[in-house]
Design a protein around this ligand. Sequence first.
Ligand code: ADP
Ligand code: MG
Length: 226
Amino acid sequence: AEELLLRSEKLSAIGELAAGVAHEIRNPLTTLKGFTAFLMEAETDYKKQLYLKLLLEEIERINFIVGEFMVLAKPQAIELKMKPLIPIIERVRTFLKSEMNLHNVSILLDVHDETIEVECEENQMKQVFLNILKNAIEAMPDGGNIHIEVEVKGDSVEIIVRDEGTGIPNEIIKKIGDPFFSTKETGNGLGMMVCFTIIKNHHGSMVIDSKVNEGTMIRITLPYTS
Ligand code: ADP
Ligand code: MG
């Protein structure tokens, strides 16, 4: 009977995951469909260019979602390459521009060295910043600033992301990163789990520090070789 229970638990976890994938991909697909219809009707090159740009953004969104679920799939060997870190963060910030405008949030980047490189799988690293920054934006319903600091400290690179959001009660911090743990009505509770998995695969660490009503700080440490 115990085994049966385990099996049904597994099945419901799969069901939840599948529903999550389907739901998250359907939204950008709907947008994609709408813009494609607009594109077909567009009469000027200017309008065509505009719709193509929007199509591309939605495709990138779907790509991010698929990438996220791939991290959670069977462990895969990832290929780490030396890549400049700052452009990765800047790319994610650009990607989040409409969410930032919508929620009145600014992301401020404080960098001591623009040329810092880390050994990483670029798409996975983007995924980490995307999830962390999205959470930070979602934690600031009245808007505010997110500060990102990047600094080399000996043989590691430290990336600190600070928000001025709702903060997280102590008893909740422990649960963050557990599969499907979410305090949000529409959250899937996979973002932070994905972040922890990716950072671990990069031989780094991630810690969360937070004060209710003041904000949250996420510190990522990655190995650095100069
Ligand atoms: P989701 O965003 O779908 O809820 P996540 O795994 O990204 O799932 O985050 C899990 C939970 O961690 C969130 O529901 C929220 O309670 C908490 N959390 C994560 N980041 C922050 C943050 N910056 N500020 C406040 N709460 C956060
Ligand atoms: Mg999230």
